[in-house]
Design a protein around this ligand. Structure first.
Ligand SMILES: [Fe+2]
Length: 289
């Protein structure tokens, strides 16, 4: 069965590209791949970009780009989505090239987020060089993970697990709210979601993982000492993926988790789990909920 393989790119709408550029380069260590008046593209590995910020009135994530492993997989997933009632658009070659991929299909998720499925992502001829010396853990695990706040969990469970082929990693009970964590590669989760009433829906955070605790620590210092970004959750270790991380508010308001040490899982042996806390220590909320 064809399935999604990794998180390939994320597209954000923002009115402040300058703030995004400073935040992404100075704090996160992403490299500017392209900067025009209306578009900022950022790399964290050999791909031509992983995060794109497009000038717009809305603030937040507007597109999730999920990688599949070829044309047949793309078509199989498109047909499966259509069987499920989704309207799938096979995008033009021009649109695909602009995204930096070989072929692209899109649909709208149950809460109105644009989802793109693609294969054949463009590799940059120049070497990735982080302005902070960060080395990001990507590869088979994709650019990182996203956590989406949703209206109802069942349509998302069905879409991601039954249709797109993600596997269950575990659940976390956030009080009465259940968070569902799913994987599509060895990264513990690439997509997580939770129905959170009275919160804006959409991507709540994107996680970038680096290979070195000192890179995380130096970034944390920039937040604490230089106020590089508003701290959202203090340094801590997550219960389920064991990520050592902190969270800041991005210039668009949603959060960025920046961490290291996340577990890798093996689908042959992994058994889904359940936790009643998101962290073993730390991750104290710093901003009003
Ligand atoms: Fe996370």
């Amino acid at each position: 069965m064809a399935e999604v393989r990794s998180l390939g790119y994320v597209i954000v709408s923002s009115g402040d590209l300058d703030a995004w550029q400073t935040f992404a380069t100075d704090l996160l260590g992403l490299q500017v791949a392209e900067r025009t008046a209306d578009r900022l593209r950022l790399r964290n590995d050999d791909k031509i970009y992983r995060l794109e910020v497009v000038r717009g009135e809305a603030e937040g994530v507007t597109v999730l780009g999920w990688e599949v492993n070829g044309k047949a997989a793309l078509e199989e997933l498109a047909l499966r989505l259509e069987d499920d009632g989704y309207i799938v658009t096979r995008e033009t070659t021009q649109t695909a090239r602009d995204r930096g991929v070989s072929e692209l299909a899109s649909f709208i998720d149950p809460d109105g987020m644009r989802i793109e499925l693609f294969y054949g992502q463009m590799v940059d001829k120049s070497r990735f060089i982080s302005p902070t010396g960060a080395v990001f853990l990507t590869g088979d695990g994709g650019l990182g993970h996203v956590f989406q706040l949703v209206n109802d969990e069942e349509p998302f469970r069905h879409l991601y697990l039954d249709v797109l082929g993600f596997k269950l990693s575990d659940f976390i009970d956030f009080g009465p709210i259940q968070g569902t964590f799913t994987h599509c590669n060895p990264r513990h989760h690439s997509f997580a979601f939770a129905p959170v009433p009275n919160a804006p829906k959409g991507v709540g955070h994107i996680m970038f993982e680096v290979d070195d605790i000192d890179i995380v620590g130096r970034a944390y210092d920039k937040v604490l000492k230089e106020k590089a970004a508003p701290l959202a959750l203090s340094f801590g270790r997550h219960s389920n993926d064991q990520m050592l991380s902190f969270y800041v508010n991005s210039p668009s308001g949603f959060q960025i988790e920046y961490g290291t040490g996340g577990v890798l899982i093996d689908d042959e042996t992994w058994m889904p789990r359940r936790y009643d806390v998101p962290g073993f220590w730390g991750h104290e909320r710093q901003l009003p909920a």
